[in-house]
Each structure stands twice: as C-alpha cells, then as structure tokens.
Design a binder for this molecule. Structure first.
Ligand code: CP
Length: 321
C-alpha cells in the first residue's frame, strides 16, 4: 500500500466542469491520481479512506468507462457504491431529474456522480442536494474527469503541457470531451487546435481561443498529440456528414494522416470508438502510438483522486445536519 499525500483542498464542493478548477487544483489532482496509479498496479488496491461513505452513480445516459471506473474507484477507497439503474427506476414512470436526485439525497449519500443528456443538469442538481456532485458528462457541455484523465495520460508520457500541440479532431460540435479538454489544456499552456468539418464545429468556435482547422493535413502538422473524437450519431438530428465512408476518407485517422503529425505523435480517443469511422483499427490497436488503454487505466486513478479530494475537503457531516 502506498502512503497518500494530504488531499488537495478544492475550492468547490462539487466538480461540475474544468471551468471551476484552477491550474493549482488540476496539478494537485493529477499528483494525487499518480499515487493511485501506483496503488492500482500493486497487489493491494484498496484503502479504507472512504469507509462509511456512500457514493451513488446516477447515469441517465449509457456508459462503460465512466460508470465502471467511478464504481471501482469508490470501492477501492472503501465506500459503499450504489449504481442506480435509471431504466428500471421511477424515472420510467415520469419522475423528474430533480425529484429523483432529492429522493436519493434523502438517503444521505456523500457523493453523487451524474451523467445526463442535458447541459447544466449536474449544476442544477448541485443546488438541490447536500452531497458533493460530480459531473460525469452533461450533454455537449463538460466531462471534467475525462479531461483530467487525459491530462494525466499526457503528463505521464510527455512530462509537461507547456508548448505541446494538441489536435482535437472530429465531432467537436457534440463533444463535451472536446470542451473540457480544450479548457484544461489551454489553461495548462498547451496549444490546442480543433480540426473538423465546418458542420461539426460549434458556431463561433473561435471564442474558445484555440486554432481552428477544417482539413486534417494542416491541422495535424507538428501535433504532439492527436486526440480523435467519436462521431456522435445519436446526437445528430440531420445529416452532418455526407456519409460515414466520406467522413473516414477526409477526417478518419489512418497511417497516412498520422504521418502529417510530428514524428512520434501519440494518439488518444476517449472511447467508445467507431472503428473505421473516426479511427482506423490498426492505429487504435498499435501500442506504440495509441494511448487508449492507458486512458482507461488513468480513469480509475483520476476518479479515486476526485472522490478522495472532495470527501476529505467537504465531508457531508461538516455541511449539514
Ligand atoms: N469516455 C467516456 O465517457 O466513455 P463512456 O461513455 O463509456 O463512459
């Protein structure tokens, strides 16, 4: 068992977005998560740090990585973890998001992890409950723990953020991962580029203060990191791309396009992947260039760090009666 440093004092009792974090808080979370990477690779993965505490996962949208890693993170820290099955809950009888959350809040959880299809849902809940709320993805708004785990993955490989060129490519329009990542990486001194067809860029994308490209060749030139995004077909009400085949031809990452990036460039993808749509299988599975499995591992460590930091800094018993 590794010895844990004191948890960083976060200034907010909720993690709703990268927007609410300072660079010092991000570094502190990454440093704490690094200790959990070491612990996760050891024979003894558990601590009793959150013994007696309760974590509820409330996911209104499908998830493999985020939900399972929050569950594992909570259990490895000793918390009791409840995964609410939204499909079989009273949500199916018409109970609202707020009524669902206040009902669960009455059971006195310490941490509530929420994923919802609407931007702002986690923030709304944070005003209705007594426990710490963690945003596990709200519409196309933010997915802060994804950006933190991506940052941990990058820092472990390249040792810094300052001056790195990170090309975030694909369906930026529908991507909360892109929004959280561009905020975090810009804040930490990386040069962020968005690379996408015009139809998949948000209106006024230039307000993000990053470079915008509509073709992969110039967008990838000199990139240290190529971060591919999933084409989010489930969020598209019309045709945003002519066809999946055309999309792959112009925007899917294959060997030819990767060669436009810096030699030795590393490839990331938050998952789930559409193989052959935004990324070729041989790149996704090439451990020399692909960080995708490492991102998943870092997800558990980051979520342990976030749960640890929030519950140490804002214990529920100190905030309500
Ligand atoms: N990256 C991510 O959020 O994956 P899941 O949808 O599987 O949680």
């Amino acid at each position: 068992m590794t010895s844990q440093p004191a948890a960083p004092l976060l200034s907010s009792s909720h993690l709703l977005g990268i927007e609410g974090l300072s660079p010092a808080e991000i570094i502190a979370l990454l440093d704490l998560a690094q200790t959990y990477v070491v612990q996760g690779r050891s024979g003894d993965k558990k601590t009793g740090l959150l013994n007696g505490r309760t974590l509820i996962n409330l996911f209104f949208e499908a998830s493999t990585r985020t939900q399972s890693s929050f569950e594992l993170a909570g259990k490895r820290l000793g918390a009791d973890v409840l995964n609410m099955s939204v499909k079989t809950s009273s949500v199916s009888k018409g109970e609202t998001l707020i009524d669902t959350a206040t009902t669960l809040n009455a059971m006195r959880p310490d941490l509530l992890v929420v994923r919802h299809q609407d931007a702002g849902a986690a923030e709304l809940l944070s005003r209705k409950v007594d426990c710490c709320v963690i945003n596990a993805g709200d519409g196309a708004h933010e997915h802060p723990t994804q950006a933190l785990l991506d940052a941990l993955t990058i820092r472990r490989r390249l040792g810094r953020f300052e001056g790195l060129v990170v090309a975030i490519c694909g369906d930026v329009l529908h991507s909360r991962v892109a929004r959280s990542n561009l905020r975090l990486l810009s804040m930490m001194g990386a040069r962020v580029r968005l690379v996408a067809p015009r139809t998949l860029l948000p209106a006024q994308a230039d307000r993000f203060g990053v470079e915008i490209f509509t073709d992969m060749k110039t967008g990838l030139a000199g990139a240290d990191i190529v971060m591919m995004l999933r084409l989010q077909l489930e969020r598209m009400s019309g045709a945003f791309v002519p066809s999946v085949r055309e999309y792959f031809r112009f925007y899917g990452l294959d060997r030819q396009k990767l060669a436009w990036a810096k030699p030795g460039a590393l490839v990331m993808h938050p998952g789930p992947m559409n193989r052959g749509v935004e990324i070729a299988s041989d790149i996704a599975d090439d451990v020399e260039v692909s960080l995708i499995s490492e991102q998943v591992e870092m997800g558990v460590a980051i979520r342990m760090a976030v749960l640890d930091a929030l519950s140490r800094t804002f214990p529920r018993e100190g905030r309500n009666t």
